[in-house]
Design a protein around this ligand. Structure first.
Ligand code: CMX
Length: 428
């Protein structure tokens, strides 16, 4: 008997398929833009070449999930976000309960997984452990089994959804198990009666209602960021080869592990701690101004500030800030985060080249985690990964449902560019 989510998708997918077909038939040969050489050489920044229906990032509003700004979704649970990302609708009580039940039924971790993780050297990076764990679980893939048995194309999405539910159901215990191994402490058993994020928080071994609330917020806010960021794009590319969800999500998380992507949050926390150590506490605004100017003069960036797309304060920063105001207002690190907000934008605005002087989510998330005792910096990207897996899975299921073909953009050589692109008039 299919769950409510499966039934909802069953009903919705024909509409998505019709829309895609109509687009191809009625607008297939129309142009939506041009690509400049600077974009080809510059990581395709701003080039529109992907479809992502789960979310978009607006320069002025930040993350918008299925048409709803993330600031309005901060009170939702990660399970609700998954349902929203996937179907475009907010789950009501019964629907949500059904989804939670679906996850609970699939949460059991096979014993071999712990043996694989325990066999890794103690100093293996937690992100590498997470990726290894997902690859080890690949033997569970229903998609791969059904594909080998000749599953028809229009059923691909169902076994992909099954793989994704299996993967997401197991993710909190897997990620918490990695944390416990990392700190050399025994694993803590799952409490299936809890929500996905609350169970994760208790399996980490960090108690308290406030930390559970922070985890819920963290896992909700980081769930998706449209389709062109490194993890989403990578996951999509790997998935487009019909590699199953375990391969695709593991690949996406490998991208998230990079310092220019998911790892930036730990840089920001280092920065706040350095300020605390340097001044022996929270500095005055004048002290901070001179410290930051000195840093910029030495060619260093101000971590947690700026964004490739955003041009306003990241609403995810605002949501975390509200949490901090409520629960750790008098905490030293929170005061430093706040003081940075008072002075950094005005300083960055003086640097003409900086497009966005405002804080991004990383300016605050690490300080909150640290406050509650989660002090292993190199674990932070795993938290990010647990959340982002929701969006990667939703995107994968949708792509399977509409039959997105294998990715294969054309590359050109540097000499081709030199030979075929005319020199701009203002240069010659
Ligand atoms: N401090 C100092 N200089 C900054 C800056 C900052 N916070 N943000 C941007 N700049 C500089 C850039 O380094 C760049 O300088 P160069 O031309 O000398 O290389 C110039 O301003 C223009 O950059 P930009 O167009 O405004 O920003 P980009 O799209 O190139 O880069 C980002 C975006 C996030 C990498 C950049 O703002 C940065 O390095 N910020 C600090 C690190 C950080 O917070 N990273 C987390 C990102 C979170 C996320 O992506 O989700």
């Amino acid at each position: 008997m299919p769950g409510i989510l499966q039934a909802k998708l069953q009903e919705t997918i024909p509409g998505w398929r019709r829309q895609r077909l109509e687009l191809l038939q009625t607008r297939g040969e129309e142009r939506i833009g041009e690509i400049k050489v600077s974009q080809v050489l510059g990581g395709l920044r701003g080039a529109q070449g992907l479809v992502c229906d789960t979310s978009e990032v607006s320069p002025t509003q930040g993350l918008i999930v299925r048409g709803i700004p993330i600031g309005e979704l901060a009170s939702k649970s990660p399970e609700e976000m998954f349902y929203l990302l996937l179907t475009g609708e907010l789950a009501s009580g019964a629907v949500l309960n059904d989804l939670r039940q679906e996850l609970r039924q699939r949460a059991l971790i096979p014993d071999y997984l712990w043996k694989v993780l325990e066999a890794l050297p103690r100093d293996t990076h937690p992100m590498a452990m997470l990726s290894v764990a997902l690859l080890a679980l690949e033997r569970e893939s229903v998609f791969r089994r059904h594909y080998e048995d000749g599953m028809p194309k229009d059923q691909y999405w169902e076994s992909t959804l099954e793989d994704c539910l299996q993967l997401l159901a197991k993710l909190p215990a897997v990620a918490a198990g990695i944390y416990r191994l990392h700190i050399g402490r025994p694993r803590i058993a799952s409490r299936p009666e809890l929500e996905w994020s609350a169970d994760f928080a208790q399996m980490l071994g960090i108690g308290g209602e406030e930390f559970a609330k922070l985890m819920r917020l963290y896992l909700t806010l980081h769930c998706d960021h449209e389709g062109g960021n490194v993890s989403a794009f990578t996951s999509h590319t790997v998935g487009s080869a019909l590699s199953d969800a375990y391969y695709a999500i593991s690949a996406g998380l490998n991208g998230l592990a990079g310092p220019l992507h998911g790892l930036a949050n730990q840089e920001s926390l280092h920065f706040v701690l350095d300020i605390q150590n340097h001044f022996g506490g929270a500095p005055s605004e004048a002290q901070l101004r001179s410290y930051l100017k000195d840093r910029l003069q030495h060619g260093q960036v101000i971590p947690g500030y700026g964004h490739a797309v955003l041009r306003v304060t990241d609403p995810r920063y605002t949501a975390f800030h509200k949490f901090g105001e409520r629960y750790c207002r008098n905490e030293m690190m929170f005061s430093i985060v706040d003081r940075l907000f008072a002075v950094v934008p005005e300083i960055l605005k003086q640097q003409a080249k900086v497009q966005d002087p405002w804080p991004n989510v990383d300016a605050i998330s690490g300080s909150l985690l640290y406050h509650y005792g989660l002090k292993e910096f190199d674990y932070y990207t795993v938290l990010f990964g647990v959340s982002r897996a929701l969006g990667l899975c939703a995107q994968l299921v949708i792509n399977r449902a509409v039959g997105t073909p294998i990715m294969r953009p054309k590359s050109v050589s540097t000499s081709w560019l030199m030979e075929h692109v005319p020199v701009a008039a203002h240069v010659s």
